[in-house]
Design a protein around this ligand. Structure first.
Ligand SMILES: [Zn+2]
Ligand SMILES: [Zn+2]
Length: 245
């Protein structure tokens, strides 16, 4: 399986990432990647860029180094009601919205409360991706929530950065992927790179998926047409993909 997009990347717009968007795009281009999403942390995180960053992403060209640039965000889940830290008027303009539970922005409750937090996120029409839910910040009942993500049309992230933590986090991701396969839930494999050299390094995730015979057709970023069809279904052809593919 070859992946054609990396839709979770950070740049120096966040203090704890170390490459520019242009450097990220250059590496993506060298690796034959069709598209990347610019997905910085949002205002509830101490290292996030000013909210104007998200309002002004239209300043970016559609392509850099011939790589399609999607204007996105890694939004924080704030509470069990599924509230997020970007306002609706910004969310609706973004092209790629990941929601993640980070321990600094939400404290875990009971499993039921945590499940409800994610189930409420799944109802949000602006959300594309359930981000790195294999991490331990907000333990959930995967058997219960993964099928609901699929029914709501959300993509479940297999996050490379978190897989390197190994142990329980890796095992959680195996379980998540198995449940996605069982319930026909689409996944997206992302590097979550904080340095350009890590962008597009998908090997550990591809091995995990191969080990469990994960069906390639459920990997949204394993095929350019599958990926662009998804984007056009969400936003219309604002990307001009008719000329690109
Ligand atoms: Zn994250
Ligand atoms: Zn991230």
């Amino acid at each position: 399986m070859k992946l054609i997009a990396d839709t979770h990347t950070h740049s120096i717009a966040c203090d704890h990432a170390y490459s520019t968007i242009t450097e990220n795009a250059k590496v993506a281009s060298e690796k034959g990647i069709f598209a990347i999403a610019v997905t910085e942390h949002c205002p509830a995180m101490p290292d996030s860029p000013h909210i104007w960053h998200f309002e002004c992403l239209g300043a970016l060209p559609r392509k850099i180094h011939d790589v399609v640039i999607l204007r996105g965000a890694e939004v924080n889940l704030l509470d069990f009601e599924g509230n997020l830290d970007l306002p609706e008027h910004i969310l609706k303009k973004l092209e790629w919205v990941i929601v993640s539970a980070h321990g600094c922005c939400i404290k875990a409750g009971t499993i039921e409360q945590n499940n409800n937090a994610w189930l409420n996120v799944a109802k949000n029409p602006y959300v594309d991706v359930i981000g790195h839910c294999g991490l331990l910040d907000l333990p959930i009942d995967y058997e219960k929530v993964i099928p609901e993500f699929g029914k709501a049309g959300k993509l479940v992230e297999i996050n490379v950065g978190s897989l390197y933590r190994g142990g329980q986090v890796y095992e959680n991701n195996v379980k998540i992927a198995q449940l996605c396969a069982k319930h026909n839930v689409r996944v997206v494999v992302n590097s979550d790179s904080h340095y350009c050299g890590n962008l597009g390094n998908f090997e550990i995730a591809l091995k995990l998926l191969s080990d469990i015979n994960f069906p390639e057709e459920l990997v949204i970023n394993a095929d350019v047409k599958r990926f662009t069809d998804y984007l056009v279904s969400r936003h219309g052809d604002i990307f001009g993909f008719g000329n690109l593919t």
